[in-house]
Ligand binder design. Structure first.
Ligand code: HEC
Length: 145
């Protein structure tokens, strides 16, 4: 094999690998729009309910511990984490315990292509239950029951 052939193969391999990353990277969330990755817009539009005192506590905990990825109002962040105000996270499909376990153990990526959610430090089960009360209020206000 000539030196030129080796270089050509190396370049082709690099292009193939780079292209793959480009495609998987830009596919972002399977359910999101194709340009979601490059947009700062929240992934879903969330109507805001009036919150009870308990749900307001949950909101503040959510903003401290979860919003960095799931975004304000759990509307989802392109390229980072899915909206939790979303049909697949309705109580029938993801019971309250799924939230407690997600915070405690993290989540292996399965519904989307964002990658795994790490375990979240510094949040107790009782605090996650307040967060769930808040998320459920958001879900109900947006027709997810
Ligand atoms: C570092 C980013 C990050 C943080 C912080 C984060 N999440 Fe997640 N979360 C993700 C990603 C990414 C997924 C999607 C995994 C998948 O593909 O299904 C996810 C999924 C979930 C799910 C779905 C679990 C399942 O069983 O499918 C729940 C519930 C959840 N997160 C709750 C929370 C709560 C509550 C907090 C705050 C205590 C939180 N997340 C903080 C990134 C994050």
């Amino acid at each position: 094999m000539t030196f030129k052939a080796v270089i050509t193969i190396a370049i082709l391999a690099a292009v193939a690998i780079g292209g793959r990353m480009y495609v998987t990277g830009f596919s972002g969330a399977k359910i999101a729009s194709p340009d979601a990755r490059t947009s700062d817009e929240p992934m879903v539009k969330v109507s805001l309910p009036t919150l009870t005192a308990e749900q307001t506590k949950g909101e503040s905990l959510f903003n401290q511990k979860c919003a960095v990825c799931h975004a304000k109002n759990a509307a989802g962040q392109p390229g980072v984490a899915p909206p939790l105000v979303f049909k697949i996270y309705q109580p029938r499909h993801h019971a309250d315990m799924a939230f407690v376990l997600a915070a405690k153990n993290g989540v292996r990526s399965h519904h989307w292509t964002f990658g795994n959610m790490p375990p979240i430090d510094g949040v107790t089960d009782d605090e996650v239950k307040l967060i769930v009360a808040y998320i459920r209020a958001l879900q109900r206000e947006n027709g997810i029951n």
